[in-house]
Design a binder for this molecule. Structure first.
Ligand code: C2E
Ligand code: CA
Ligand code: CA
Length: 614
């Protein structure tokens, strides 16, 4: 499209009108609105809008608009875009270019702009960038509902005139909004991220849903940043604010999606997004993953030692007439669930409600249960495979409720990791294990080392290992009798803290094992970088019942590699003779599993030991 500017009459009139209006009207926003209206009426446009850049790069938000049907402007809807946007203008020889409807093929963003602005009846569309001091500060969009209509040169020249006027007033336009709009800013927006505050979000999203077409689909996301509290405490609040801003920037990864977003408080965010009609769960999870990846990497650039991740609950809005708050509550439940099972995102469904109630119950009972001695440990023997000798045991916590029901750790540990009760429970178990060892020492029995599990929650605390040492020394237990099992995934999540803790344990003379190796992302790099004593191969490897050829190769090569590094390998979850035989062939050193011995009371373990001793 050539943008030859003819000095037609309307253009002149427009300039004149603008000058008068702008200088006489003390509501600047109203003046801009009147200008838009004038152009729209002259050329029978159905919609005209100004979108401005919200942050440095990645957002456009509607700041002024006029609708033919008199609809209330829905300001501050935000759309995200990429550098593509900038490139597009540059590719087309500078910034003073029009984009027309046909340009869509080059520039997919236009589709989302169009969608955002006027979903129903735009047939002809063009937009012009707004330039201020050589920088693109936004766009003006012009839409017509006439079928197959192409804007004429005359129209283009008036549009261009409007652009010139707005550009020359842009400074005023901005300062108007910055001053007159300040009050609004304070009451409508979150001061750190510039996103909506909660009240505005509720109001705007309800209106968005009310006005949305029947077949449009929306999803609600409730997100928070895992361990944000610790980050804040460690790096300080202004670093925390930076992270919140990074979170907001990362919203741009939701390409081409109309959305409203708010920060409720602290690091809790809610996002309402217009998603594809045919969206499936898989794609929602992918969207969350790429959001998280972007966020996490941006944070790492500024704080190289830190990995921050988000936990997101999602809820598809099935009925646009139910209040948005119900969906927020549901998404929040899904978020909490995601956090407690260490997942990035979870989609709400009704069984979640049931589980949540149960988790709340578990959480409420914990302190009393500890006081009443309902927690205890069982010992599962570990064997030297070749000689079938018991070489030690792992302490596994159990919870016997007052009504006699027995609960297993998989049910309550995730809850306790979330409410941090695990900090107390683990030390309680460590103390009980020490008391047990003390008794054996007192009787002069042979001592086999006992391993205990270390929850990920401890590792954030500087004093953790020192506190363990104090406890163990209080019970006068030689350090070589205790082993600490640290799960592989902790090394991936929080490498620095995990590594520090491991070094401290080792320096204090304790044994350290890497638990559940192979369960997650099994990074062989971990083997070469870390100095631990025992590698516990996860029972997943044996889950197939029989070991299959592929697993056999993996197990064999892990064993061989570990041996070269002088790391002892223990295979967990051995349930059959067949598995035991094969592991022996593969030269696995140690085993643990139902085939050799189930977890048992410490008394039973004692009698097992005394039988062997005899
Ligand atoms: P883990 O550390 O991997 O412990 C091994 C789990 O596998 C135990 O489940 C054990 O009973 C089970 N197991 C042992 N042999 C076999 C077998 O042959 N087949 C099968 N299918 N399972 C076997 P448990 O006791 O339910 O513990 C589950 C997890 O809870 C543990 O996994 C550990 O991560 C955590 N946990 C247990 N006790 C504590 C504790 O005191 N503190 C912390 N922080 N975590 C604990
Ligand atoms: Ca373990
Ligand atoms: Ca394990």
């Amino acid at each position: 499209m050539q943008n030859t500017i003819s000095n037609n009459n309307f253009s002149k009139e427009l300039a004149h009108y603008a000058l008068e209006y702008m200088s006489s009207c003390n509501d600047f926003g109203q003046a801009v609105h009147a200008l838009l209206e004038k152009v729209a009426l002259q050329y029978k446009l159905n919609h005209i809008a100004i979108l401005e850049n919200k942050s440095k790069l990645s957002y456009l938000a509607v700041t002024y608009e006029w609708y033919e049907d008199g609809r209330r402007p829905m300001l501050n809807h935000v759309i995200s875009y990429s550098e593509q946007f900038e490139d597009f203008f540059l590719d087309r020889n500078g910034l003073n270019t029009f984009i027309t409807y046909e340009d869509n093929i080059y520039f997919p963003l236009l589709d989302s702009i169009k969608l955002l602005l006027n979903k129903e009846n735009t047939n002809s569309f063009t937009c012009i960038p707004l330039i201020f001091k050589d920088k693109k500060v936004g766009l003006i969009t012009f839409e017509s509902s006439l079928e197959d209509y192409k804007f004429t040169d005359d129209e283009f020249s008036s549009f261009y005139q409007l652009k010139n006027i707005l550009e020359s007033y842009y400074f005023m336009l901005r300062s108007y909004r910055e001053t007159a709009g300040l009050l609004k800013q304070v009451t409508m927006y979150d001061s750190i991220t510039g996103l909506y505050n909660y009240d505005t979000f509720i109001r705007e999203s309800e209106s968005l849903l009310r006005n949305a077409s029947e077949d449009s689909v929306f999803a609600l996301f409730y997100a928070d940043i895992i361990n944000f509290k610790y980050f804040n405490e460690f790096y300080g609040y202004s670093a925390g604010d930076e992270v919140l801003k990074i979170f907001k920037q990362s919203l741009s990864t939701f390409h081409q999606i109309t959305m409203l977003a708010c920060r409720i408080f602290s690091d809790y965010f809610v996002i309402l997004a217009n998603v594809d009609k045919h969206i499936d769960e898989g794609r929602l999870y992918l969207a969350i993953d790429s959001f998280n990846k972007y966020f996490s990497e941006k944070v790492r650039i500024q704080y190289p030692d830190t990995t921050l991740n988000v936990a997101v609950g999602m809820n598809i809005i099935t009925d646009k007439h139910i209040g948005i708050k119900t969906y927020i509550d549901n998404a929040n439940k899904a978020r909490r669930r995601a956090k407690s099972v260490s997942k990035r995102g979870i989609i709400y469904n009704e069984t979640l409600d049931h589980e949540l109630k149960r988790n709340i119950l578990i959480s409420n009972l914990a302190d009393d249960a500890l006081r009443l001695g309902e927690f205890y440990f069982e010992l599962q023997p570990k064997y030297h495979l070749k000689s079938r000798q018991v070489i030690g045991a792992e302490a596994l916590v159990r919870w016997k409720r007052s009504d006699g029901t027995l609960m297993y750790p998989n049910e309550f540990i995730p809850v306790f990791e979330q409410n941090e009760f695990i900090l107390k429970l683990d030390f309680y178990i460590y103390g009980k294990v020490c008391e047990y060892l003390r008794e054996r020492i007192r009787h002069g029995y042979e001592i086999k080392p006992i391993s205990v599990n270390v929850s990920r929650v401890h590792l954030r605390l500087e004093e953790f290992v020192n506190n363990v040492i104090k406890l163990v020394d209080f019970h006068k237990i030689p350090h070589e009798y205790l082993e600490f099992e640290i799960t592989e995934s902790i090394f991936l999540e929080n490498a620095k803290d995990a590594q520090n803790a491991m070094i401290k344990f080792k320096n204090a003379g304790f044994k350290v094992s890497m638990d559940d190796f192979g369960a997650g992302y099994s990074s062989l790099n971990l083997l070469k970088n870390l100095d631990f004593d025992i590698l516990k191969l996860d029972k997943e490897f044996l889950d197939a019942g029989r070991i299959h050829k592929k697993e056999e190769i993996v197990i064999e090569s892990i064993i061989n590699m570990a041996k070269k590094m002088k790391i002892v390998v223990l295979c967990e979850g051995v349930e059959t003779k067949e598995q035991a035989d094969l592991l022996e062939e593969l030269h696995c050193d140690l085993v643990q599993g139902y085939y050799f011995g189930k977890p048992m009371s410490s008394e039973k373990f004692d009698s097992l030991m005394s039988r062997i001793e005899k």
